[in-house]
Design a protein around this ligand. Structure first.
Ligand code: NAP
Length: 309
């Protein structure tokens, strides 16, 4: 039986692993389908303390993993398919195999939100993507007009990154004001290649019949007017959905699926703790996720110590 199982390998998961490893609990980290989490798909992280020049997101995660492993954390490439948290030890099914744990730290992060268009699904990997860092350099996007959807920091970051490849980057936002932080908004709107398209939503991505992206159909939400915009790629950056479906009905969460801890990282189930983006709809920063991972590790360690007394 495992003393601590950490579900997720982003900033929260690795920090929880580092702390529980240093407490000699030999944590097992289950990576999920995206080892390193969403941060591995970003370019430079400029707001993680201690890196004055910024650090590549992927490199940051590799360093966190190495640091946790140095103290005895174990890593398994695996996805949690089911849980039974109604009895002790806590039961997990990981890629078909049963795993028992005294404590679990849920650090399962969040995934990209989709627009919900049929054409979006059909053209995914055919010019529709959720990650400029992963796909921006593909030949199909070179020197072509590109569309980024969204008005937050992610959309600005994606748009700025894509200026290296696209001829023009249209930043399509459903309002006339960005949600992004001031510094990111100023950078994006000040870039010669980025053109904002305000008050518009995508109603269709063209052209499913050609099996590639040739443009988008836009609707102005104020005037209801429809227009067509030619582009070779659509980069969707409209936020995230917490990866908590597997815990539904067992762990308390809000209407959007974010885990709602009771106190600190403690969930409604004794021995189950939550950290990072899966339990944070407010701050959602790499450094806050790391801090939550630390708190969850300390809470798990105290829980185990109290049980053994
Ligand atoms: P976000 O801040 O939630 O922004 C999502 C954006 O997408 C909003 O502008 C929203 O519009 C729009 N949107 C949501 N659903 C939509 C839909 N169905 N159709 C069209 N537009 C839709 O998400 P995020 O940009 O991914 O950022 C998440 C967190 O990570 C934030 O806390 C952010 O600060 C952080 N982050 C930081 C950095 C950085 O500092 N460099 C980089 C990336 C992310 P409305 O504005 O109208 O709601």
């Amino acid at each position: 039986m495992e003393r601590v199982v950490i579900i997720g390998s982003g900033c929260a998961g690795w920090t929880a692993a580092l702390y529980t490893a240093r407490a000699n609990l030999k944590p097992l980290v289950l990576t999920g389908t995206q080892p390193g989490g969403l941060l591995t798909t970003t370019t430079i992280v400029e707001n993680y303390p201690g890196f004055p020049e910024g650090i590549n997101g992927y490199e940051l995660m590799v360093r966190l993993q190495k640091q946790a492993e140095r103290f005895g954390a174990r890593v398994e490439f695996g996805t949690v398919e089911a849980v039974d948290l109604s009895r002790q030890p806590l039961q997990l099914t990981v890629d078909g195999a049963a795993v028992e744990a005294e404590t679990i730290i849920i650090a399962s992060g969040a995934s990209h939100r989709h627009l919900g268009l049929e054409s979006e699904t059909k053209l995914e990997t055919r010019g529709v993507t959720y990650c400029a860092t992963c796909d921006g350099a593909l030949p199909i996007f070179r020197d072509k007009p590109l569309v980024v959807v969204g008005g937050g920091d992610s959309a600005c970051e994606e748009a700025l990154y894509l200026t290296r490849f696209g001829s023009t980057v249209y930043l399509v936002h459903r309002r006339d004001q960005l949600r992004a932080s001031k510094i990111m908004a100023e950078r994006a709107l000040g870039h010669a290649k980025i053109k904002p398209v305000w008050d518009c939503v995508l109603t269709e991505i063209l052209d499913v019949s050609q099996n590639r992206v040739t443009g988008v159909r836009l609707k102005n939400v104020k005037t209801q007017a429809e227009t067509l915009l030619d582009c070779a790629g659509v980069f969707v950056a409209i936020g995230h959905i917490p990866n908590t479906q597997v815990f539904k009905g067992q762990i308390d969460m809000d209407a959007h699926g974010y885990i709602t801890p009771r106190r600190g990282s403690l969930t409604n189930v004794p021995g189950v703790f939550a950290a990072g983006d899966c339990a944070d709809s407010v701050y959602r920063q790499a450094v806050t996720a790391a801090g939550m991972g630390c708190a969850a590790a300390i809470d798990a360690e105290r829980h185990l110590a109290a049980r053994n007394e």
